[in-house]
Write a protein that binds this ligand. Structure first.
Ligand code: NDP
Length: 444
């Protein structure tokens, strides 16, 4: 049944490989649910849940520092609003396409459901490349993007956030333009600065949450992060705070990467080195190779990080499909027993299959990195209440939500006869709430 449906989906969405990959992974897990609950067939949930409610695509033109006109393409995919207003990040990267954002928005639907908070799923962004652009150019671009996007979003409609290429600076420029256009100060974007409505711990949340998720998985067998050698990819927002939380829990982070290459610091990345790296990446906007020069450690060009040594725990925090079947086999052969995904869909289907078959602790992105959107949900609550919670309060809630997500996925996996399989568990637990809500709201 799923096989025939996937053939139709491929024919209907040609040239969208990432979306097809994400749909295949979710639907493979759902076969078990459909067998037990024929109502989902009757109500055509598969057909409806794989079709975005709305896709918005628009021109973003802006003037660069030389006065030349530049043209990019902007998108917002409002995938599903069955359980709450649309919610999902904006990605600015030259590789952005409609199919890539559809994969991210589709994943977001199930991820947001898993958090237990009332948030539907969406994603957006543009093929704009912030690398090498001045602050002025980034501002011009963000303002132009928002001068179209503003009419499609709102605190109770769709609340965008950051993703690759969108951090505090970009959220600031977009929020400023939104406020100017609608003449309202409202919680329309998350990841705002705490001075003007942002939540403490939001920047940390995805990375912290990923490590909390890993710790929750380990705890099911009485293990901890203490003393574990941890490989982390990426050096952006998620990687930075995954590194910090690994240190808090007594682990030893030894790798980081960017799109040029990766470092291995056998002595371990300390708080002090991490602070230097965060300044390098967030303020000076340099390359990870400079870390190796500063701290005299190994640097390698390219993407060989997962094959570069013996690691107990792997936290892929860079981008989709960064860890393939061969990487997975090497990690496993080298004794890796825990993988928690900070990035969205960083492991290829072949890699996922290897991890699941090996029976290691494997936390898929839609569960392991849901701490970011969950804390965005907390930012929305604080904005509605016109209140700001303390760091400790938000971190405590994040901690509780990650435990809840872990337990939901763990229980669903058991209930459907695949104990320990967090891929099935996360997909099933996320799906059931959305699907039942869609049925209750009629054919719309
Ligand atoms: P950032 O832009 O802050 O950092 C991304 C990092 O990944 C950078 O080090 C970047 O290197 C590297 N990278 C990006 N694209 C590639 C590529 N094609 N090949 C190799 N390296 C690459 O993004 P985030 O840290 O916010 O996001 C990282 C991942 O986490 C993404 O998959 C995102 O969807 C996911 N995520 C993020 C959330 C958030 O709250 N920010 C929430 C949930 C998931 P370089 O600097 O050279 O480009």
């Amino acid at each position: 049944m799923i096989k025939e449906f996937m053939e139709q989906l491929k024919a209907k969405n040609p040239a969208q490989p990432e979306f097809i990959q994400a749909a295949q992974e979710v639907l493979d897990s759902l076969e078990l649910v459909f067998k037990k609950n024929p109502k989902y067939m009757k109500y055509k949930i598969l057909e409806r849940i794989t079709e975005p409610e709305r896709v918005i695509m628009f021109r973003v033109s802006w003037l660069d520092d030389r006065g030349e006109i530049q043209v990019n393409r902007g998108y917002r995919i409002q995938f599903n609003s069955a359980i709450g207003p649309y919610k999902g990040g904006l990605r600015l990267h030259p590789s952005v396409t409609l199919g890539m954002l559809k994969f991210l928005a589709f994943e977001q639907v199930f991820k947001n459901s898993l958090t237990g908070l009332p948030m539907g799923g969406s994603k957006g962004g543009s093929d704009f490349d912030p690398k090498g652009k001045s602050d002025n150019e980034v501002m011009k671009f963000c303002q132009s993007l928002m001068s179209e996007l503003f009419r499609h979003i709102g605190a109770d409609t769709d609340v965008p956030a950051g993703d690759i290429g969108v951090g505090g600076r970009e959220i600031g420029y977009m929020f400023g333009q939104y406020k100017k256009l609608v003449n309202r100060f409202e919680g329309v974007l998350t990841g705002k600065d705490p001075k003007w409505g942002g939540s403490l711990i939001r920047p940390e949340a995805t990375g912290y949450g990923t490590v909390y998720f890993a710790a929750n998985m380990l705890a099911t067998k009485g293990k901890t992060m203490e003393g574990k050698t941890v490989a982390i990819s990426g050096s952006g927002n998620v990687a930075q705070y995954a590194t910090e939380k690994t240190l808090h829990l007594g682990g030893k982070p030894v790798t980081l990467s960017d799109s040029n290459g990766f470092i291995i610091d056998h002595a371990g990345i300390t708080h002090e080195k991490l602070a230097w790296m965060m300044d390098l990446k967030n303020v000076r906007r340099g390359r990870i190779s400079e870390y190796a020069e500063k701290y005299n450690c190994e640097y390698h060009e390219g993407f060989g990080l997962w094959k570069s040594g013996k690691y107990d725990v792997a936290l892929p925090c860079a981008t989709q499909n960064e860890l393939d079947g061969e990487d997975a086999r090497t990690l496993l052969a080298n004794g890796c027993f825990c993988v928690a995904e900070g990035a969205n869909m960083p492991s290829t289907p072949e890699a996922v299959e290897q991890f699941v078959k090996a029976g290691i602790f494997y936390g898929p992105g839609k569960a392991a990195n849901a701490g970011g959107v969950a804390t965005s949900g907390l930012e929305m609550s604080q904005n509605s209440l016109r209140l700001s919670w303390t760091r400790e309060e938000v971190d405590q809630r994040l901690h509780g939500i990650m435990k809840w997500i872990h337990d939901q996925a763990y229980k669903a996996a058991e209930q459907y006869g695949t104990p320990g399989n967090y891929v099935n568990g996360a997909n099933i637990a996320g799906f059931v709430k959305v699907a039942d809500s869609m049925i209750e709201q009629g054919v719309v």
